[in-house]
Design a binder for this molecule. Structure first.
Ligand code: DX5
Ligand code: ZN
Length: 221
């Protein structure tokens, strides 16, 4: 299991400090939530922030684009230092083109599904992606509750991936906490996004540790 802290819940006035904390705590990915006020009802981070953080920490820069017509901004995010760019199936009629654009930059391409979008919509794109992001809340805000039906969806996605392209990894995003992370991992979640469960805690190190121990089945690590 890999952990991808979502900086949406970090202290933006002390962003680099918080990012360095999760790096020190051993998190492998840095999840960057980009929102445009159209695809989702919130506005957040642009490529300038990605660029400002790049090189300051040694983590995989995992950029989650919750924006309409993502093709328009892929080049800019890739040049700013994204290592993975994920676009939403629902955000573009030209998903395959968007995925190709990302891969042409020599970086990894992910595709994301809102909670109500069936996994079957990805059948013909799975051979071309590196990651699938299952949203377990409606995108737009941190600190929401995990939608229980998403566990079944992760399981179904895993089955499809094993049949079509076993190289694809599953990321799960939204409402994940020590109490439910084991269920997500058991269903097939490999990269766990967590915002409020990490940054809204007094002790970031402890929060990352608690999440990892719970996700890996309560071992002694
Ligand atoms: C929601 C974002 C998530 C979110 C996760 O639109 O994509 O990454 O910030 O935050 P928590 O873990 O608090 O649900
Ligand atoms: Zn996200």
């Amino acid at each position: 299991m890999k952990i991808a802290p979502s900086i949406l819940s970090a202290d933006f006035g002390n962003l680099l400090r918080d990012v360095r904390e999760v790096e020190k705590a051993g998190c492998e990915y840095l999840h960057i939530d980009v929102m445009d006020g159209h695809f989702v009802p919130n506005i957040t981070i642009g490529p300038l922030v990605v660029k400002a953080l790049k090189g300051k920490v040694d983590m995989i820069f995992d950029v989650h684009l919750m924006i309409e017509n993502p093709e328009k901004y892929i080049d800019e995010f890739a040049k700013s230092g994204a290592d993975i760019i994920t676009i939403h199936q629902e955000a573009t009629p030209h998903l395959h083109r968007g995925i190709q654009m990302i891969r042409n930059h020599g970086i990894k391409a992910g595709v994301s599904l809102n909670p109500a979008t069936p996994v079957e919509t990805l059948e013909y794109i799975l051979p071309d992606v590196d990651m699938v992001l299952i949203m377990s809340v409606n995108p737009g805000f941190g600190g929401q509750k995990y939608i229980p039906e998403m566990t079944k969806k992760i399981r179904k996605m895993k089955e499809m991936i094993l049949k079509i392209n076993p190289e694809v990894s599953i990321q799960v995003d939204g409402g994940i906490k020590p109490e439910n992370v084991r269920e997500v991992v058991k269903a097939g979640g490999e990269i766990i996004v967590a915002g409020s469960a990490i940054f809204n805690k007094e002790n970031i190190h402890q929060a990352v540790h608690d999440l990892r121990v719970a996700g890996e089945g309560g071992g002694s690590k």
